[in-house]
Design a binder for this molecule. Structure first.
Ligand code: ADP
Ligand code: MG
Length: 711
């Protein structure tokens, strides 16, 4: 039983007051100190003093090691702090307090059964030990421990005092740690922002240097063309003060022809928020125009744009000089070719005219001599020369693509078969000719005469390429061109009849293939080649809505393929009636009106008509022709030139006449230039075309056939 004397009670009270004072002092101390260590040291001092002990320490639990380390100590060896490690498990008083959270009070360590007395305490002769937990509500730091070799019992008030100290200590440690964390992150932040700032400064400096030195125009502008910032390149390029450039704005500099395009580009850029590139001209101070190639990109936010502009004037001028030099070269090549051609043609025509004029002179002479039976020879010679001259002009017109085509459904296989004989005779016996036609070959829509011409031209080229003989194949087939191939072959998509003329001759190098269709291009000696054959073929195919292609390998041979549109009208194709024209005889009273401003043509045509038994009426221009047509005179056929004097052409006259005579049959006889009037507008039914020059018996056959239809 414990007997408490008055003096004992007094001293107990004094001790408790002392403890309260000490706890308050420690609280003040910890508030005044931001560092951990002085607070730990002070805690040790205050704890020992208040508990009247000689030894005290603060142990921090190290979670990574599962041990305590001594962070502060009083009465222990000076080297202990920061080094002494103690077990933190339940086997030691400190560990027990830490693990259970309970204050661990032991007045007689030697008698303890709860745990072993640590070696350190035994060495220091410790008999009593008191451990309290150092923790805040959310964090457990370690243990505050006081020890004493003296035999004095700890009391309840000691527990309260030590727990108060420990709680104050925990808060102080937490506060100091937070402050340390805070200042550390502050320092990190400061260091980081310093480098960032330096980078920004550096980048800005670089950008400024670029801005200053750039030869390109750099700009920040708005969408109205106001220049918000420009770099010095502007002033240097334009020869103006920067301030003046900014004041006047971009639109003031732009070439008037470029203004609308630039405005449209900016408008589109603004609405779509996308970058833009364009080139426009701006005016320098001295009035010359500078081409600028711009790359503009919108700034986020939509009100401003940044741009880089490069002076491309020199490049453009160089290119233009080159687009021009090439033109000149081509032009001079063309002139040279024209010169060659005219020379060649003049030569050919002279020969032909000599034949004609000579024959006429001879006929004159023979008639004067009364030697009539010789006449036929000269007539034949003159006719032959005139026919060749007509063929020559035909070729010329074809290449100029102003020939009058008379497209109609053509039975392809029949036509090819029909001219194969002529081809054989043309190429000679050294060349084996074969024709192949796909069964069920479609009809083509084209001018059959021109198709024959084209095939003959190709055969002649093949012959020229095979001077030592070889094989010539004419193959016809149906071909469907889809839109992909159409683009590839530069022709419309659709159904075509294709005819290929293949030879086993010399072939062409690529540069000859590239130019073979050019008018006047020939590799043959002057007088042999005119360079018009393939250009005629080309003109005919294109004008017919088809295409022509060359495949050729040097030494292997050549294939030229003609594509002509399929005729899908279902009309029966014309067969060859012109080879053996049947000259019909007129019925009584049938009358033909002939309108032509050329008296010779009128004379010839009316002569032919009268020979055939038709009555003929003549008119020299559209107006007088129309007068006849608007009268009640019987007219079975109008034969008219297209180009007529007096402001009304043949087509217009025929159209006007058809108001009163809707079934009027018309045959236009036309040269090339005026052919457009009947070619471009589709011919109405009952209207036909014949191209000058023509043989008189062909005219007779044609007239007869037209008048007969429907009778
Ligand atoms: P020309 O026959 O009067 O020279 P073309 O226009 O018909 O004119 O042909 C032009 C050129 O194309 C020919 O000079 C020749 O070099 C070449 N050529 C045309 N067809 C063939 C072919 N079948 N084989 C080899 N070369 C050809
Ligand atoms: Mg030729």
């Amino acid at each position: 039983m414990t007997v408490t004397t008055i003096s004992e009670a007094n001293s107990e009270l004094t001790l408790r007051l002392r403890q309260q004072e000490l706890a308050a002092e420690f609280a003040t101390f910890s508030l005044q100190h931001d560092e951990v260590q002085p607070v730990l040291d002070e805690a040790c001092r205050v704890a020992a003093k208040g508990m009247e002990c000689t030894l005290s320490k603060v142990l921090e639990f190290l979670p990574s090691d599962g041990e305590f380390v001594m962070r502060a100590g009083l009465g222990w060896h000076p080297g202990s702090v920061g080094h002494v490690r103690l077990g933190a498990d339940l086997a030691s008083p400190a560990g027990f307090a830490f693990q259970t959270g309970q204050p661990v009070l032991s007045n007689h360590l030697a008698n303890e059964t709860r745990f072993r007395t640590p070696k350190l305490l035994v060495e220091h002769g410790v008999h009593r030990a008191f451990n309290v937990l150092v923790e805040t509500p959310d964090w457990r730091y370690g243990v505050l421990e006081v020890d004493s070799p003296d035999e004095r019992d700890f009391s309840i008030s000691d527990t309260a005092f030590l727990q108060t100290l420990a709680a104050t200590l925990a808060l102080a440690i937490a506060k100091a740690n937070r402050r340390r964390d805070l200042s550390e992150s502050e320092a990190r932040y400061r260091a980081l922002s310093e480098t960032l700032e330096m980078q920004v400064v550096e980048r800005t400096r670089e950008r400024d240097r670029l801005w200053e030195l750039s030869e390109d125009l750099l700009v920040v502008a708005d969408y109205d063309g106001r220049l918000l910032r420009i770099n010095p390149a502007w002033g240097r390029l334009l020869g103006k003060a920067d301030a003046d450039i900014v004041r006047d704005g971009y639109p003031a500099l732009i070439h008037p022809d470029d203004l609308a395009r630039v405005e449209a580009t900016l408008l589109e850029m603004r609405s779509e928020g996308a970058s833009a590139r364009y080139t426009n001209r701006i005016e320098a101070q001295d009035g010359h125009w500078i081409w600028i190639s711009w790359t503009l990109s919108p700034e986020p936010g939509g009100e401003r744009l940044t741009g880089v502009g490069r002076d491309v004037t020199a490049e453009r001028e160089e290119a233009a000089l080159r687009e021009r030099l090439e033109d000149q070269l081509r032009q001079s090549q063309k002139m040279e070719a024209v010169g060659q051609l005219t020379g060649g043609l003049a030569h050919d025509f002279n020969n032909l005219l000599t034949g004609i004029v000579g024959s006429l002179e001879m006929m004159n002479t023979r008639i004067a001599q009364g030697r009539i039976k010789d006449l036929e020879r000269y007539i034949g010679a003159a006719q032959g020369a005139a026919t060749r001259a007509a063929a020559l002009t035909h070729r010329l017109l074809a290449f100029s693509r102003r020939q009058t085509l008379d497209p109609k459904p053509v039975r392809f296989d029949a036509l090819v078969e029909g001219i194969s004989d002529l081809v054989r005779r043309t190429v000679g016996p050294g060349i084996e000719v074969s024709t192949l036609a796909e069964p069920g070959l479609w009809n083509a829509l084209c001018d059959p005469n021109q198709l024959e011409n084209a095939l003959l031209n190709l055969a002649i080229n093949a012959r020229d390429a095979m001077p030592d003989g070889g094989r010539l194949t004419i193959k016809s087939e149906n071909v469907v061109i889809d839109w992909q191939h159409a683009g590839f072959r530069d022709m419309p998509a659709g159904q075509f009849v294709a005819v290929s003329v293949t030879d086993t001759g010399s072939g062409m190098p690529a540069e000859v293939v590239a130019r073979a269709f050019d008018p006047f291009f020939t590799t043959k000696p002057l007088g042999v080649g005119t360079g018009l054959g393939l250009s005629m073929v080309y003109g005919f195919c294109k004008q017919s809505g088809g295409q022509v292609r060359i495949h050729s390998l040097v030494g292997e041979g050549t294939t030229v393929t003609i594509y002509l549109p399929r005729d899908a009208s279902g009309f029966e194709a014309e067969t060859e009636d012109k080879v053996h024209p049947t000259v019909p005889n007129a019925l009584a009273g049938q009358t033909v009106l002939v309108v032509d401003d050329e008296p010779t043509v009128r004379l010839l045509v009316t002569d032919v008509l009268q020979d055939l038994g038709y009555a003929a009426i003549e008119a020299a221009d559209g107006a007088s022709g129309l007068k006849v047509l608007q009268s009640d005179v019987r007219i079975d056929l109008l034969v008219s030139d297209v180009g007529l004097p007096g402001g009304m052409n043949g087509r217009q006259m025929a159209d006007a006449a058809r108001v009163r005579r809707p079934d009027l049959k018309v045959l236009f006889i036309t040269g090339y230039a005026e052919g457009a009037a009947v070619r471009d507008a589709a011919l109405d039914t009952g209207m036909h075309v014949m191209t000058k020059p023509f043989a008189m018996d062909a005219l007779a056959a044609r007239i007869g056939a037209i008048i007969k239809v429907g009778d």
